[in-house]
Ligand binder design. Structure first.
Ligand code: GLC
Length: 746
């Protein structure tokens, strides 16, 4: 029988058996809802809302070390599960949560890098319910009318989270596991990366070329080649003078993000290895020796991030990065990915030398590249000295590494916002890091599938997500890169990255026409910065993702559950990317409300499918009628200018919009040093009223000159009032413009 604990009006905690779990969730918080009940009826759990059963338990059992509970929720569709291949609606699937580096993202690949044992069951006209299995061990899910939630453990701790709306479930889930903090403003800009920028001058040349080609960009990434023989926290021969390198980068307006992998090279002459060894910081094998596995540097040991002293040592080790001007840290290979171990290699070589190749062993060796996790082989120890087999904590290895990395920022960059990018993680990873979806390929199929993957992450609490634009593996062509950049400009995280040995895919790699298109959409991203930053603010505050599926508009409309190739970016933008080569149009389903094509002002009606043109240099983008889009002038990089112009484009006749701003780099916003403005526009018979007020005014502000653009103003407008006073306006035959200084109205 489970124990049932009411956390608040919307959330029940239900514990079956004796689960082991080293991660705490943030509890409790207030919630005023009172209709939800969770009861045991005839020995089975029932979740009842306003008198109706919505979820009922059918069975619970232990089998082969796996604890399973089966529930039913009639006609359920399933969303979330963190990072998973496949479409948005995850009905009829089997999933495993086990952080894994499996670089070939085939349609049925499972598991992937991140484990978020959380999903939302949705059905028209029913309250959406979220289920979070708070287990750091491996978890398993089967979805259908009946669905199973299982863990490789002696029990399972579940949180049942009531909506009724899907976005409420996401918000409440992030109340439990934590929300994204405001990221540094620069991390919303375009970012350039490639595995192979192997000298400081090569990286500088890329930066200079971006500037001379007038392509806005905020960040250059340094992949493993900057290190000395892939030893983490070192600088190699080709980056001999990292400080002057970073100073030159800063002069050009670039930030630097360096990769850090968890594997520490076993090398008696290497400081980090020596200090780790003296702290006894590494995970052990079953015999009690430091576990050794092979990654980029060769033989490595792996920090035991379960221990707080190890996390502190790891945090301190970032000194060599931060004192040399590094701005952000990219945590990779942190599932952890281990390619090879001594015991397996020696077995294979022994057999090969004897001429007796055992195919079973070879097969086993091959499987290393795919599914090996060392779950039973590696041993951790926590702060209390408790021993944990790796499989029980593997899923939080990267989460704890990110926690340590955040600590490094606190140590060396106090009052600066951290920027951490991670490949692996667990529920709540958004508290520490942004997430990219790992090693995709330069395939059209991957361009397309990145939409539901990122939306799935967003529905699982991770708002700051993105993909390797252009594809990591394989060779991109110009058309693919152009289309991917058009789409990537509307993902929360926007970085072009590719693998060594593949064709180059910097913006200029495929000639002028492609570069012009790429520049156009990167500039649009920069123009939209005020809108995007505000969307991030609301995501930070409410947990609602920046990139959302259309079903957020109307979860009673089952048609929306299967729309995987359109998405919402913030409250008012609908994006419909081109996902096929040679395509110059596509069909677009228009959801609830009326939507206006941003390119030409054409108006589209809800619940219709339209054929929409999209030549190579255009992506269909629609703005919700009666909304406002806040823009600025694109610059070389975010906040290049101390004073910025603000443009407020009004689509429709009446709208309310919000604009958030702060200094973009410190933690001062937490103490109220930010501005949140409400802009309201109303239509009169022969004019408009504009009302602007500060809901919070705690920061000097960068937006000085404001221009409000009424895009569909009728010709006969004669009067506009601004905060109650008559003001001047100018009609250019198409758009009515009203201009003023922000300081005059606030
Ligand atoms: C992994 C990462 C990739 C990186 C490479 C080399 O494959 O996912 O982004 O470029 O390692 O560090």
């Amino acid at each position: 029988m489970p124990t049932i604990e009411k956390i608040n009006g919307s959330i029940f905690k239900v514990v079956y058996g004796n689960p082991t779990n080293p991660v705490d969730v943030t509890l409790p918080y207030e919630d005023a809802y009172s209709g939800l009940k969770c009861e045991e009826i005839n020995g089975k759990l029932q979740v009842i809302d306003a008198g109706k059963t919505i979820i009922s338990e059918k069975d619970s059992k232990v089998d082969g070390g796996i604890f399973s509970v089966t529930f039913s929720y009639e006609n359920a569709h399933f969303f979330g599960f963190g990072e998973k291949m496949g479409y948005l609606d995850k009905r009829g699937k089997h999933f495993k949560m086990q952080n894994m580096d499996n670089p070939l993202h085939t349609p049925d690949l499972d598991p992937m890098y991140i484990s978020i044992p959380f999903f939302i069951a949705v059905s028209p006209k029913k309250p959406a319910m979220g289920i979070f299995a708070n287990s750091t061990s491996y978890t398993f899910f089967k979805t259908g009318n009946d669905f199973d939630v299982s863990a490789k453990d002696d029990g399972i701790e579940l949180y049942l989270i009531y909506g009724p709306k899907v976005q409420d479930v996401v918000g409440k889930f992030t109340q439990l596991v934590g929300k994204m903090e405001m990221p540094p403003a620069w991390s919303l800009g375009y970012q350039q990366s490639r595995w192979s920028y192997s000298t400081a001058s090569e990286a500088l040349d890329i930066a200079k070329k971006l500037r001379s080609d007038d392509i806005p960009c905020d960040v250059i990434y340094l992949d493993i080649d900057y290190m000395d023989g892939y030893r983490v926290f070192t600088w190699g021969e080709n980056f001999k003078n990292p400080k002057s390198f970073s100073q030159e980068m800063k002069k050009l307006g670039f930030k630097i993000v360096t990769i850090i992998d968890p594997g520490v090279k076993v090398d008696e002459n290497y400081e980090i290895y020596k200090s780790g060894k003296s702290l006894d910081a590494f995970v052990k094998d079953r015999s009690g020796k430091d576990f050794t596995g092979y990654v980029w540097p060769g033989r490595c040991n792996f920090p035991d991030f379960l221990r707080s002293d190890v996390r502190e040592w790891w945090a301190k080790s970032h000194k060599s990065l931060f004192e040399n001007g590094v701005d952000g840290v990219w945590n990779d290979m942190n599932e952890p990915a281990i390619v090879w171990t001594d015991s397996k290699t020696s077995k294979v070589f022994e057999l090969m030398q004897k001429g007796e190749i055992d195919f079973q062993i070879l097969g086993e060796a091959k499987a290393f590249f795919a599914q090996e996790d060392f779950g039973d082989e590696i041993v951790h120890k926590d702060d209390k000295g408790k021993i944990w087999p790796h499989f029980k904590v593997r899923n939080i290895y990267a989460y704890l590494e990110a926690m340590a990395t955040k600590q490094a920022f606190e140590m060396y960059k106090p009052n600066k916002r951290p920027f951490i990018l991670t490949r692996a993680g667990f529920a709540g990873i958004q508290k520490y890091a942004a997430v990219w979806t790992g090693d995709n390929s330069s395939w059209w199929e991957h361009l397309e599938i990145e939409m539901p993957i990122s939306m799935g992450l967003g529905m699982s609490g991770v708002a700051f997500t993105g993909t390797d634009v252009g594809g990591f593996g394989g060779n991109a062509d110009g058309e693919l890169l152009a289309r991917w950049t058009e789409m990537g400009a509307f993902f929360p995280f926007f970085r072009n990255h590719s693998a060594i040995g593949t064709s180059r895919q910097e913006p200029w790699s495929f000639g002028k026409q492609i570069e012009d298109t790429i520049r156009k959409y990167i500039k649009l991203r920069y123009a939209l910065f005020p809108y995007i930053y505000t969307a991030f603010y609301f995501s930070h505050k409410d947990g609602v993702p920046v990139m959302r599926p259309l079903l957020f508009l109307d979860q009673d409309n089952e048609n929306l559950y299967s729309i995987n190739d359109e998405f919402l970016f913030g409250d008012s933008i609908l994006v419909a990317p081109i996902t096929r080569p040679n395509a110059t149009w596509r069909t677009v389903y228009i959801p609830k409300g009326k939507w206006i094509d941003m390119r030409n002002g054409n108006l589209y009606e809800e619940d219709h499918v339209y054929k929409i043109d999209a030549p190579l240099d255009e992506i269909p983008i629609f703005i919700k009628e009666n909304s406002m889009i806040f823009k600025t002038d694109p610059a070389n990089y975010i906040f290049e200018k101390e004073k910025m112009n603000l443009y407020v484009d009004i689509y429709g006749q009446e709208a309310v919009g919000y604009l958030y701003e702060d200094d973009g780099e410190t933690l001062d916003y937490k103490a109220g040093k930010y501005n949140l403005y409400e802009f309201a526009v109303g239509a009169l018979s022969q004019g408009y009223t504009i009302g602007i007020k500060a809901l919070n005014h705690g920061y000097a502000g960068k937006y000085k000159k404001v221009q409000m653009n009424f895009l569909n103003a009728p010709r006969q407008i004669i009067e506009v009032t601004l905060n109650g006073k008559k003001t001047e306006s100018h009609f250019d035959g198409k758009t009515l413009k009203v201009e003023f200084e922000m300081e005059d109205v606030i």
